[in-house]
Design a protein around this ligand. Structure first.
Ligand code: ADP
Ligand code: MG
Ligand code: MG
Length: 889
């Protein structure tokens, strides 16, 4: 049996996109539901692949089938292809599985030649139309099939307009077009040495070949690389009877969307031009008319278009982007496809379609992509304004959102200026915990170095601040308080605009459009539906009552990570240093005094605020995790200060003592050093103070009727004996406090799983811990043996770049490495639950807000994901998608 390479429109349908391409499948579908589509047929994507794989030969039987199909067209149209006395004309259009803008331009009016053009003129009684049609064929054939540069044709068009003393194409006379056609033919001869083929069958054959070859053209390959479309799909060829929008003023062509693609409003949206063909509408040569005017100017066509628009929407259950042509008052459909739309329109259309009974709630949820939610919740720049200004520099899109403010180069100045009411952009070579107070007050953060998970990026996302990181094109001079980018010098106090969603930096003020959650009722409905579908709970990482309140507004069902170290920053650093220095001196009394009298009340207040906000919901508080020297001045700084004093012949004993302490605490590998539970074990006073603060706050809130569910999290466990050592001690503190306060609260003690050894011995650990929380940032670092901040600067981004080293499919700090790190997680869940069936398991690493990681967490059966408050809506959606994906697979 010979392969079927050719399908008449009647033989296909929308489900056959792989074989017929998107355009062909939809033309077939429209034909099938009885819409007015000019007859035609499709040569399959398989034929294209066969052609390309067989040394550019049509596969056996293909051409015969195409010739037969042309015969069928001839019967329908009552005209013969190749009959110069009454020619049948066709278009040759490419169409792959996915629409690939700019892949191969369509050739119209194929079948015309020096003879047929006269017949067309006689038939239409319109010489201008006939020669315009012919020159279009010669031009498009020359460009698309013969690869002649387009501007050579354009120059000749300019020449004729100059000769005729006119401005636009439609004014060109019949004689003008005739002349141009000859020039185009001469151009082809000159450029290629061959004549424009007069034989319509040869035109057809070469056009089909050109479509096939265009699949491997540079434009197409680049586009597929950029968008991740597979290279082995091939493109189909659509051959379709021509209809003419350029046969006078009762004809025209246009494009329309069934709903407004930018707002989603349910109303036909589009444009048309009378006396125009093909892409004239979008070419910008003439200003098109808004589609509603058709109602007066071509009432019949308008009625048909409105009816078809409704019919297509009901049929496809999605907003459609349509092409139509009106020939002597009669409307023809030339294309339909799901229309591209903004995030806001996507959400509105999905919700409206549920209300209209077209789609289910689940389908509505499945249509929204996570990044669309992201877009809706961050203010963004007005792209029209952006276009006027141009980009100053480009870095990594580290944290989405639009920020405008004045440039400052250090956190202190930023803080001071912000307090004085200025909008501030903090610009740093990179950020460290020392800069957090500046980041807190900044509108946006810009760094020269660092990756998408650098300190700046992580903290910015946590704070919901726009951030452009790793903007290597900047040359920052902290000394001169300025930076240089692309020849422009930006000084302290100059205004910048940052687009964290795209990584673009602009000079000056770009106006923003600012959305918010509360005035997006449609978005809220989508998320409510998502909540009904998902099984994973969504919790948030929040360090203070404000963040917790935001998390709750966005729908968080608990706090999965409250980092207590953030509570020791800012104006509290000094107090905390006092404690650390006392401990290091071995002054136990002073140490305990600072803890009890100064730090305990502060912490209690922090926790109390969070418990109040999270009334009824669990709050996981992590005990102090970072190495203590992070709270002390940097070693180099102190060395320098002391050295300077020395050269001046002065000395400062306090500074020198501090220097000695810092030196003493110095670690070569702080990430693997004295931190986490190791700190609590060697210095239990810190942890007992924190647990006391947690339970005093919890009891106080509970007495007021607040339902508190504190969960104390011990970080960085690697061996069960660490928990055995510290946890009972801390549980005792909890019990003591509850007894003192005379009230019992529901509580848990558990641990982070962030060291591979903990995952490997999860069964043992779960005997002690009541919950696990995967710290996937550290777990990834330790599983890969990669220090994140160093790696992203040096090699990791290249590792994950498909156009560079291409060693990793993605950056494992952005999406969980499911095969490796994920295996550790899976093991820990299974063995942990085997030991303790009601073990609560979640994730609090940054991956908790990333869609593919959330899908993975769902599949391995976690109870919740915890992410930054701003990511909560995204996570709610992604968790619902995980359920839908599971059902589908
Ligand atoms: P693209 O994929 O770039 O949109 P199309 O194949 O849709 O290319 O064609 C380009 C233009 O030519 C469109 O405006 C389309 O409506 C028009 N066109 C294509 N085939 C025909 C035809 N048979 N009759 C009239 N116009 C056509
Ligand atoms: Mg095109
Ligand atoms: Mg099109």
């Amino acid at each position: 049996m010979t392969t079927k390479w050719v399908y008449a429109f009647e033989e296909g349908n929308a489900a056959m996109r792989d074989l017929l391409g998107g355009k062909g499948a939809n033309l077939a579908e429209m034909t099938g539901i009885g819409l007015p589509v000019p007859p035609g047929f499709i040569i399959t994507t398989e034929a294209c692949l066969a052609y390309l794989n067989q040394g550019e030969q049509f596969p056996e039987g293909m051409w015969d089938q195409a010739v037969t199909a042309m015969g069928e067209l001839a019967k329908k149209m009552n005209r013969q292809f190749g009959d110069n006395s009454d020619p049948l004309l066709v278009s040759v259009r490419s169409g792959a599985r996915f629409s690939m803008p700019g892949m191969m331009d369509t050739i119209l009016n194929l079948g015309l030649n020096d003879e047929a053009v006269k017949a067309l003129e006689a038939r239409s009684g319109d010489a201008r139309f006939a020669w315009d049609a012919y020159r279009r064929l010669v031009q498009m054939f020359g460009k698309v099939v013969l690869d002649i540069e387009g501007h050579l044709f354009e120059e000749l068009l300019d020449r004729i307009k100059a000769e005729e003393g006119i401005q636009t194409d439609p004014e060109i006379s019949a004689q003008g077009w005739q002349k141009v056609t000859q020039w185009f033919k001469d151009l082809i001869k000159k450029e290629t040495g061959e004549e424009f083929p007069q034989d319509p069958w040869q035109q057809l054959e070469r056009a089909v070949e050109a479509v096939f070859k265009s699949w491997n053209g540079k434009r197409a390959v680049d586009y597929r690389n950029a968008t991740g479309i597979s290279h082995d799909l091939g493109t189909a060829v659509n051959i379709q009877t021509m209809v003419f929008g350029n046969v006078g003023w009762d004809s025209g062509s246009g494009v329309a969307f069934t709903r407004d693609p930018s707002t989603g409003e349910r109303d036909l949206f589009g444009e048309y031009l009378f006396n125009a063909q093909g892409e004239d509408v979008v070419s910008g040569a003439r200003t098109p008319t808004e589609v509603h005017h058709l109602a007066e100017e071509a009432p019949e066509a308008w009625k048909t278009l409105s009816t078809i628009s409704d019919k297509l929407e009901k049929h496809y259950r999605n907003m459609q982007d349509m092409e139509f042509t009106i020939e002597n008052g009669k409307l023809w459909m030339l294309q339909t496809r799901n229309g591209k739309r903004t995030a806001a329109a996507e959400v509105k259309i999905a919700v409206d379609m549920v209300d209209e009974g077209l789609i289910s709630q689940e389908e509505a949820v499945s249509r929204i992509e996570w990044f669309q939610i992201d877009q809706l919740l961050h203010p963004r720049f007005d792209e029209e304004e952006v276009a006027k200004v141009g980009v100053l520099a480009k870095g990594l899109n580290a944290s989405p959102g639009a920020a405008v403010g004045k440039v400052y180069f250090d956190a202190d100045t930023a803080e001071e200026k912000a307090k004085a009411g200025e909008a501030v952009i903090l610009v740093r070579p990179e950020t460290t915990p020392d800069d957090v107070h500046g980041m807190l007050v900044a509108e946006g953060i810009l760094t020269q170095h660092g990756g998408a998970t650098s300190h700046a990026a992580v903290v910015a996302r946590q704070l919901g601040k726009p951030c452009v990181a790793g903007c290597e094109g900047l040359r920052i001079s902290l000394k001169e308080r300025q930076f240089e980018a692309d020849g422009t010098v930006v000084k302290e106090g100059d205004t910048l605009s940052l687009d964290g969603g795209t990584g673009r930096v602009f000079l000056g003020v770009i106006p923003t459009v600012a959305p918010s959650f509360d005035d997006q009722p449609e978005l809220q409905r989508i998320l409510d539906w998502a909540d009904q579908i998902r099984r994973l709970e969504v919790w948030a990482n929040a360090d203070d009552p404000d963040q917790a309140a935001r998390a709750r507004r966005y729908g968080a069902q608990g706090i999965g990570l409250c980092r207590t170290e953030h509570m020791f920053l800012g104006d509290r650093t000094e107090k905390f240093q006092q404690a650390v220095l006392a401990a290091e001196r071995g002054d136990r009394d002073e140490f305990q005094r600072v803890l009890d009298d100064i730090l305990l009340p502060l912490q209690r207040e922090d926790f109390y605020g969070i418990f109040k906000v999270m009334d009824g919901l669990p709050v996981i508080i992590r005990l102090l995790d970072p190495p203590l020297h992070e709270f002390l001045p940097a070693l180099e700084e102190l060395v320098e200060q002391v050295a300077i004093l020395k050269t001046q012949g002065k000395s400062d004993p306090q500074k020198e003592a501090l220097l000695a302490t810092v030196r003493d605490m110095h670690e070569f590998n702080p990430m693997l050093g004295l931190r986490g539970c190791r700190l609590g074990i060697t210095m239990p006073e810190l942890n007992t103070m924190q647990v006391r603060a947690i339970f005093e706050a919890a009891c106080d809130a509970a007495k007021e009727g607040t339902v508190v569910k504190p969960e104390v999290m011990i970080p960085l466990t690697s061996h069960v004996n660490e928990l055995n050592r510290i946890q009972p001690l801390l549980e005792d503190v909890a019990k003591t406090v509850m007894k003192e306060k005379g009230i019992e609260v529901e509580y848990k003690f558990g641990t982070m799983i962030e060291i591979p050894r903990a995952a490997l011995t999860a069964g043992e650990i779960a005997e002690v811990a009541q919950f696990f929380s995967f710290g996937t940032n550290d777990l990834t670092q330790m599983a890969f043996g990669i220090s994140r901040d160093d790696a992203e600067r040096k090699f990791l981004l290249r590792y994950a770049d498909p156009h560079d080293l291409n060693i990793l499919p993605t950056n494992p700090f952005q999406a969980i490495d499911q095969i490796g790190v994920g295996r550790l997680m899976q093991m820990a869940v299974d063995e942990g639950r085997a030991a303790r069936p009601d073990l609560e398991v979640g994730i609090c690493g940054e991956h908790g807000g990333e869609a593919s990681s959330i899908d993975f967490c769902h599949r391995i059966g976690l109870d919740y994901v915890s992410c930054s408050p701003f990511r909560v809506p995204v996570a709610r959606l992604a968790a619902a998608h995980a359920v839908i994906n599971e059902k589908r697979s």
